[in-house]
Design a protein around this ligand. Structure first.
Ligand code: ZN
Length: 268
């Protein structure tokens, strides 16, 4: 009797142990590693992208291990990437949102697990500048990374996307000079992105960088302008920062010693 109960306990404990190991494996980004939900995870650097390092270096399946939220771009610049609630989409140059293929790669992306620390009710209409100033006033420190999510109704959102590039790759500024611009009118949806501190200049885009997707997940892009009628802004204070650099390819030889902030301004 006692022995039977004991073996049942052992069996139950074994099941939990196996479950725990499986879940641990599913969440672990690397052997021996564990996921920190307050880490901004960055693939490559913005200065490499500015200079035409467009070949993807990390699959979307791998990226998803580091976050359920984020932005970036597709392989060879094929689309603007947005990750929201664990679903990842590329908004291609036709303005439509396509679920990513997990085995395709991104050349540049930022991701985190989104757990809001600050919630701001946006109960009056705001243009993008007013919205950004309002959020900036709520940031505990401009020297930390923050993930930002804006859900709401938008009288207009102006977005852009760019087409896939062919070798020899032009610099990003020449690609965005011919970008396709979309004006989405009277839409509900979500802007997803980051506040990046100035200390990450050259590595990521300092200040705000937002992408947008409609609530029916059909359209969006890199945000150039928007007006918010009303909604909610959520901010996730993200104190930790990890980056992975491409394990080969053009990244190894690109010159990253210069100051490209002027070129970045033209692109954003
Ligand atoms: Zn963008």
């Amino acid at each position: 009797m006692v022995e039977g109960r004991l073996s049942r306990y052992i069996a139950v404990a074994a099941v939990f142990l196996i479950l725990g190991v499986c879940m641990g494996l599913a969440l672990a980004p690397a052997p021996g590693g564990s996921v920190d939900r307050d880490t901004l995870f960055l693939v490559s650097t913005i200065d490499a992208l500015l200079q035409g390092v467009y070949d993807g270096s990390m699959t979307f399946d791998e990226l998803a291990m580091y976050g359920d939220f984020g932005i970036g771009c597709g392989d060879r610049l094929d689309g603007e990437l947005i990750g929201i609630d664990g679903e990842w989409y590329l908004i291609r140059v036709d303005g439509r949102a396509y679920p990513v293929a997990g085995n395709e790669k991104t050349p540049f992306a930022a991701a985190t697990f989104f757990d809001p620390d600050i919630v701001i009710a946006a109960d009056s209409p705001m243009n993008l500048t007013v919205l950004q100033d309002r959020v900036q006033a709520e940031l505990p420190s401009e020297n930390l990374f923050h993930a930002i999510r804006v859900d709401g109704t938008f009288p207009h959102v102006v977005t852009r996307s760019v087409p896939a590039q062919e070798r020899p790759y032009p610099r990003l500024a020449s690609v965005t000079a011919n970008q396709t611009v979309f004006t989405l009118e009277n839409v509900t949806g979500t802007a997803v992105g980051f506040w990046t501190p100035a200390l990450a200049k050259g590595v990521n885009v300092p200040g705000y960088h937002l992408h947008f997707i409609t609530s029916d997940r059909t359209a969006g892009g890199h945000v150039l302008d928007m007006a918010l009628a009303g909604g909610t802004v959520q901010v996730d204070i993200t104190a930790n920062f990890t980056m992975t650099l491409p394990p080969g390819g053009d990244f190894w030889t690109v010159d990253l010693s210069g100051d490209l902030s002027g070129e970045l301004e033209a692109v954003e």
